[in-house]
Design a protein around this ligand. Structure first.
Ligand SMILES: Cc1cc2nc3c(=O)[nH]c(=O)nc-3n(C[C@H](O)[C@H](O)[C@H](O)COP(=O)(O)O)c2cc1C
Length: 374
């Protein structure tokens, strides 16, 4: 995978890094400026059950959680968004400062660009610089891991870049399929992942990016030696919709573009949480269409351990960085905590353990019910 490493990025930037830069800028811009959400959000098909006179002191509801070895104040994760272009450094800095202040988990976006272009490293490293204590998750794609020339030292570089507490490998087959020149060959993945597993002790998380894990795949990668899952199910940010807006696909040979036909493709987040929890006891971050603290509570009731948000925090960071502050991002994290605490209190639960996989606390109906009862 090694391409080029020069310190003078402006002169020696390769075509490949140009493409990755442009793609990241497009994704950020389209995600900020347009609505790219899935049409349906299956969290609407779950209701939590109210308890009329909670016997617990509201302030004593305990939201603390443990992410591998580190304690966090609440089960909230800012999931992978960015790295690379200059604006990414500012976004990551804003998010990391707020995450550190509120002691929650943060992930960086794909570090591929950091391996190609030295100048990009800072956009990732800034996260650990401003957030020395929180768990930080690194990120590489299945496409990079599947490269026949995959170099284990590069995995090491990604860990060191942010002094990662865990690494995520993202699976984004549909997204790669619908974009121009996407990576759609994963034949070497298993073999290369085994090499990673042999060499590195760091927890490695399998992460989807909006199409969710099905039962079989989750089972296979659980056995392969992944240490956790980031669900990335359907319901929130939709990369097929984002690629549709980039409009760089070749349509001359077909009557329809894949981005139209496959726009709603994917396994809804609540379904995927249940699939994965059925086959594994490992930590699960529920991501993909979570909107508030109630959705975190619903995810935990279904079996997840953490709630993850990407688009929501991209928007707060964008607002904040224009004003050189972190107020909006901080306020959003505090709002999520307060909503989650309120949901627990209104169910007469004093901690997350009492909520996790607690079937007495929720009702499932509509399409979600049908899906789960096939
Ligand atoms: C602009 C943008 C860029 C993203 N970049 C990455 C990435 O580099 N790596 C990754 O694993 N996921 C990436 N994601 C996916 C998110 O981590 C998350 O799985 C997905 O957006 C669903 O969460 P949401 O509905 O809260 O946005 C990105 C999401 C957005 C909005």
């Amino acid at each position: 995978m090694k391409i080029r490493k020069d310190s003078n990025f402006k002169i020696t930037k390769t075509n490949q890094s140009d493409n990755i830069f442009q793609r990241k800028i497009d994704h950020l811009k389209i995600a900020i400026e347009h609505n790219n959400q899935y049409k349906e959000n299956y969290f609407d098909n779950i209701e939590l059950l109210h308890y009329s006179a909670p016997e617990i002191n509201f302030k004593e509801v305990d939201l603390s959680a443990k992410f591998f070895t580190k304690e966090v104040s609440a089960p909230i994760c800012i999931t992978a968004i960015t790295g690379g272009p200059l604006v990414s450094k500012e976004i990551n800095k804003t998010l990391a400062k707020a995450a550190e202040e509120e002691q929650i988990i943060m992930s960086v976006g794909s570090q591929r660009i950091g391996l190609i272009d030295n100048e990009s490293i800072e956009s990732f490293a800034i996260v650990r610089d401003v957030a020395p204590n929180i768990p930080i998750i690194g990120n590489l794609g299945v496409g990079q891991i599947s490269d026949p020339n995959f170099d284990l030292d590069e995995f090491q570089e990604c860990i060191q870049m942010i002094k990662a507490d865990a690494m995520a490998i993202h699976f984004n087959a549909l997204h790669e399929l619908v974009q121009d020149k996407g990576d759609i060959s994963y034949k070497n993945f298993i073999q290369n992942f085994r090499l990673i597993r042999e060499r590195f002790n760091i927890p490695i998380i399998a992460k989807e990016v909006g199409t969710g894990f099905n039962f079989d795949f989750a089972l296979n990668i659980d056995k392969l030696g992944f240490d956790g899952f980031d669900i990335g199910g359907a319901g929130g940010t939709n990369f097929t919709a984002i690629e549709q807006k980039r409009q760089i696909n070749n349509t001359k040979d077909y009557t329809r573009n894949l981005t139209e036909t496959f726009r709603e493709w994917g396994i809804p987040t609540p379904v995927s949480i249940i699939y994965v929890r059925n086959i594994s006891k490992k930590p699960i971050i529920a991501t993909g269409g979570l909107r508030n603290g109630i959705d975190i509570a619903k995810s935990i009731a279904l079996g997840a351990d953490f709630g993850g948000f990407a688009h929501k925090f991209l928007l707060t960071a964008w607002e904040d960085l224009k004003e050189h502050r972190i107020t909006k991002t901080l306020k959003e994290i505090r709002t999520l905590k307060n909503e989650l605490r309120s949901a627990l209190w209104l169910m007469n639960l004093s901690n997350l353990k009492q909520l996790k996989l607690n079937k007495d606390k929720y009702i499932i109906f509509g399409k979600l019910y049908q899906w789960l009862n096939q």
